[in-house]
Design a protein around this ligand. Structure first.
Ligand SMILES: Cc1ncc(C[n+]2csc(CCOP(=O)(O)OP(=O)(O)O)c2C)c(N)n1
Length: 372
């Protein structure tokens, strides 16, 4: 499916997804990051931006998301955009991970099953786009969508794996920081020793899993937050509060932390004396194709400091990271460490070979056993 049909729209916002990579490349090259294309903190944030664009221009905005983000749009769609409230039109473009019958990771399976049902529940008309969808069929559907937009309704294109095509330049984001995320994950895991780690959604968790396997270590001290992007630090907080006898590390990403930034002051408000929050800042959503986040402009350590973390550190290279990890051995907590990273990743990075259920069970058993 070619993307020419998007030429008529001039406001796009959303959170990237690997199935939508051709769309992300198209947007990046058509608009860069600008007032025509805003990478939102989360999908609900994108709906708010879309609503403001419509209020200001009367035109129809486009919001793109992975189906994981449907949960984040439900509230502003139901209570703001719905035509029983303000009736704000919007075209959603949704990457369909976990489509029934197509193999995918555990975190996508249930979300994949309910993707279309949730759209029906939200009164959003939808059309499924696959590799073989004819351009004419799409045009016909978009004409029907136009009629819905005129009535203040929303509509969605649900995009199957491999359905979108874009021949232009591929989205590519780079910065000059020397450390890769994988090196940072490995150094932090080594410094954490026997402490537990709650790691964030995406490749950081996969890199942690591979590090344990490579060093012949147990996976039982790690909780891999494979889904629920942005919530790893909240999980880590509650583990820390209810396991006061051990140290808990959170391995976070910039995209994930920005997605639910309110977690920072919530963590600080409890002042957990055993929580270390490490944020790996590669300034982009590397796992799903490298769309930039706003972490190149936001001062994340300043946000942590203002939230009330007791120790706030930053590292840009291996020597600074090692010094920070040394300082964290005795630093008052909650502690926050931002580590700058480049956007590199290994092409042959594997995926966890244990199931999510096994991960949970082993982690809980580990916490229990070591409390006895
Ligand atoms: C609610 C939600 N929206 C989108 C995604 C798709 N997704 C998975 S990983 C990821 C990028 C995470 O970025 P960051 O935290 O910066 O980590 P990086 O991949 O750069 O290591 C995204 C957008 C998701 N899993 N959940």
């Amino acid at each position: 499916m070619k993307l020419d049909f998007l030429e008529k729209y001039d406001f796009f916002t959303g959170v990237p997804d690997s199935l939508l990579n051709p769309l992300c490349s198209y947007l990046y090259h058509r608009f860069g990051i600008s007032s025509h294309h805003i990478v939102a903190a989360n999908e609900g944030n994108a709906v708010g931006l879309a609503a403001g664009y419509h209020l200001a221009t009367g035109k129809v905005p486009v919001v793109y998301l992975q189906n994981s983000g449907e949960g984040n749009i439900i509230n502003p769609v139901a209570s703001l955009m719905n035509d029983r409230v303000y009736g704000i039109p919007c075209l959603f473009i949704i990457g369909w991970r976990g489509e029934p019958g197509v193999h995918d990771e555990p975190q996508h399976v249930y979300q994949g099953m309910v993707t279309c049902k949730l759209l029906e529940d939200m009164d959003i008309a939808y059309f499924i786009v696959g590799r073989d969808t004819a351009q004419d069929a799409l045009a016909e559907q978009l004409a029907k969508f136009e009629a819905l937009f005129a009535q203040g309704k929303q509509a969605a294109l649900v995009v199957r794996k491999g359905a979108l095509e874009y021949d232009g330049l591929k989205l590519h984001y780079e910065n000059a920081y020397p450390l890769t995320r994988e090196e940072i994950v490995q150094r932090v895991a080594a410094a954490a020793g026997k402490d537990v780690i709650v790691s964030t959604t995406g490749k950081a968790s996969r890199e942690l899993f591979e590090y344990r396997a490579a060093t012949g270590d147990t996976h039982a001290r790690d909780f891999l937050t494979v889904g629920s992007m942005g919530h790893a630090s909240s999980i880590a907080l509650a583990v820390a509060l209810y396991q006061p006898g051990r140290r808990v590390w959170c391995l976070d990403g910039d995209g994930a932390a920005l997605m639910h930034l309110g977690a920072l002051p919530v963590i600080a408000s409890r002042q957990p004396a055993n929580l270390i929050h490490v944020l790996i800042n590669n300034q982009c959503h590397e796992t799903v194709g490298g769309m930039p986040t706003v972490a190149n402009v936001a001062d994340l350590p300043a946000l942590a400091r203002a939230s009330g973390y007791k120790t706030v550190l930053r590292a840009e290279n291996a020597a600074q990271l090692d010094a920070a990890l040394e300082a964290l051995k005795t630093a008052p907590c909650p502690a926050f460490l931002e580590v700058m990273s480049n956007s590199g990743a290994r092409a042959d990075l594997g995926r966890p070979t244990t199931s999510a259920m096994e991960n949970k069970q082993h982690f809980m058993e580990y916490l229990q056993k070591n409390n006895e």
